[in-house]
Design a protein around this ligand. Sequence first.
Ligand code: PXL
Length: 278
Amino acid sequence: MEYKRILTVQDISCVGQCSLTVALPILSACGIETAILPSAVLSTHTAWTKGFTFRDLTDDIPAITEHWTRENIEFSAVYTGYLGSARQIDFVMDNVFDRLADDGIKIVDPAMGDNGKLYTGFDGEYVNEMKKLAFSSDILLPNITEAALLTGSSYREQYDCAYIEKMLYTFHAQGVPTVVLTGVSYEPECSGVVISENGKISYYRHEKIDKMCHGAGDIYSSSFTGAYLSGKTIYDAAVIAADFTLSCIKNTLSDPDHWYGVKFEPVLSQLIEKLNNK
Ligand code: PXL
């Protein structure tokens, strides 16, 4: 397999098992050289109780990418997650995407909300900027909250295929070729992932675990990206990521003190095994 170098742009939440502290080990385990561009540094993620610190690193981006340009450093893919500010999103589209190799892939997880709500600190301006980034992506990885925000749909807890397909078609109409939409549940005891490749829709149904797990979306997007860049098809990568995320959540359920993140490290070997199953 070709050895690929990816750049992932997301925050460093020092404690809390999300963003870069999840993406880096997962992508490395998938055998991909992983460069990072921290979007912000926080003492913990924003779902922690009050008092977390937050430093937006937007102003550091131009000098970093200028250095990479001088050194001719390029990436096979750029994978973005939680970004530091609305203003930063423009820098990602201009300076960071400029470092993609000719056939480089833009993978965007529009990490900005869950359960019908934006994460603390984000507002309508952030959503509007995120639309531009999301619509410029090759592969978009939203949950239903994010898909509703990006397509201007109302957020619903109960819905049918028509609700989901309307959002998918809106993304395609805006120029996104591939959408992998997570947390799509058509029946009470099951959830699933809808994959739309230019309107060719498939659904992977899996067990539903009724527990909100911080960082589970980051685990999904990172393992999807790692599996896809390791040579799996979009559908197979979506399935591998769903199975791995479920294993990680199950590994966390028995520990009520571990409310802030997902214990993914002890089951990382399962992801590696899945990738090796040709
Ligand atoms: O897991 C998403 C995420 C990433 N980064 C930060 C967050 C969150 C979710 O709350 O607060 C800083």
